[in-house]
Design a protein around this ligand. Structure first.
Ligand code: NAP
Length: 406
């Protein structure tokens, strides 16, 4: 049965149909293992009362082979119609060929939030002294910024035309041998992700929302992003959100009880702060490119992108596409050796998004137990003393074996 959205709320049946994309490269290794783990977690938590009906949809290499297109219309329609879906990684040719399928999916379906929770799981090898201090959610804007794909190659007619326009009409000189990219950041785009981040933080009783931006240099794009989210908070969240500046001016630096704190940090200093004082950050909202860098860098602090979950979400129409955050890792493809943690944890977040309580905790707890038993895939094994290296499939089976309803 389809998940329906009525009056802005999701109505999830007990046997929802969830579309899934296996993905290219290591997708074939991780996605089937993840589905086995999801089915076991649902069964364990709800004892047969609930069950997912999985519906395979095509994208990437498999779609090209079967339909001639990397991203068939049927796939896009299914993701929209069925509201919640999940995917493995998809390959993107660098500097040539078709556009990134991930960027196309995000833009075509207007999935404006890239949702990236980063939280430490006990036992996972980390380069940090105290990785347990990291517990953040990155809300990365997904549809604008230099990342939006509005660009033209060096020597192309369009790049030359823009260079001429800039010179003649705007009095700006750009070298003739330049490629050109455009960085749009809008009031609409900034406000809707600001709202999504603040609503999420309030609903999940998080302490703060930090806007990460480079508005001191890119004043009219990233500066706008910060200013509009502050304005939004002032206009719509006066009773529940307070800015850091207000706390310092009116409350001597001590936030009033029960208020969500809104603050902002310049992008470069944010990276430093995430390493030195990660526990001062909670929900972080940021434009596209900053968010891309920050979410992977933060993931490294808790054990790497092999274990970081993510999703692309439109919080207005509720359409959500959960995904493994790493790529297709071609050299490991088909070898049954990579870590399925990222897609499994993305599925855990998916169940929470659907309102199916308890499954996320069951899955995280089982992963933690498995890692503490030191039966791990190669990426963790090489960093842990006394670890036993297991395959992708064995890791999944051990997670299932270690499941207990919490
Ligand atoms: P990648 O596929 O993420 O792989 C980079 C390295 O990260 C791997 O060689 C491996 O390191 C490690 N790694 C990634 N996933 C892992 C896992 N599940 N378990 C253990 N280790 C893992 O990045 P890439 O090589 O830059 O990109 C390859 C392709 O994927 C490109 O076409 C890119 O565009 C695409 N991509 C897709 C997505 C997406 O679909 N969301 C995201 C990023 C990239 P070691 O070999 O050192 O162990």
């Amino acid at each position: 049965m389809k998940i329906m959205v009525e009056n802005g709320k999701m109505n999830v049946p007990d046997n929802p149909t969830i579309p899934y994309i296996i993905g290219d490269g290591i997708g074939i290794d991780i996605t089937p293992v993840a589905i086995k783990v999801f089915d076991a977690a649902v069964e364990k938590t709800y004892g047969g009362k609930r069950k997912i009906e999985w519906m395979k949809i095509l994208a990437g290499k498999e779609a090209i082979d079967k339909t001639g297109e990397p991203l068939p219309k049927e796939t896009l329609n299914a993701i929209k119609d069925y509201v919640v879906s999940i995917k493995g990684p998809l390959e993107t040719p660098i500097g040539k060929g078709f556009r990134s399928l991930n960027v196309t999916l995000r833009q075509t379906l207007d999935l404006f939030v890239c949702f990236r929770p980063v939280k430490y799981i006990k036992g996972v090898p980390s380069p940090m002294k105290r990785p347990e201090l990291v517990d953040i959610i990155v809300f990365r804007e997904n549809t604008e910024d230099v990342y939006a794909g509005i660009e033209w190659p060096v020597d192309s007619d369009k790049a030359k035309e823009i260079i001429r326009f800039l010179k003649e009409k705007m009095g700006v000189t750009v070298r003739e041998d330049s490629g050109i990219g455009i960085k749009p950041i809008s009031i609409t785009g900034s406000r809707r992700i600001g709202k999504a981040a603040i609503d999420y933080a309030l609903e999940h009783e998080r302490k703060s929302v930090t806007i990460m931006h480079k508005g001191n240099i890119m004043k009219y794009t990233e500066g706008l992003f910060q200013a509009e989210i502050y304005k939004l908070a002032e206009e719509q969240y006066k009773d529940s959100v307070i800015t850091e500046e207000e706390i310092n001016e009116k409350y001597n630096g001590n936030a009033p009880e029960g208020m969500l704190i809104l603050k902002h940090r310049i992008a470069d200093s944010m990276f430093q702060q995430m390493i030195l004082r990660p526990d001062e950050y909670d929900v972080i909202v940021t434009p596209n490119l900053n968010g891309d860098y920050l979410s992977d860098a933060a993931a490294a602090q808790i054990g790497g992108i092999g274990i970081a979950p993510g999703a692309n979400i439109n919080y207005e129409n509720k359409v959500a596409l959960f995904e493994a955050t790493h790529g297709t890792s071609p050299k490991h493809a088909g070898k049954n050796e990579v870590n399925p943690g990222s897609i499994i944890l993305s599925g855990a977040e998916m169940f929470e998004y659907m309102g199916w309580k308890g499954i996320k905790e069951t899955i995280i707890n089982a992963i933690e137990k498995t890692v503490l038993e030191k039966h791990v895939t190669y990426d963790f094994a090489r960093l842990m003393d006394g670890a036993i290296k297991v395959s992708t499939g064995e890791f999944g089976d051990r997670i299932i074996k270690n499941m207990e309803v919490i």
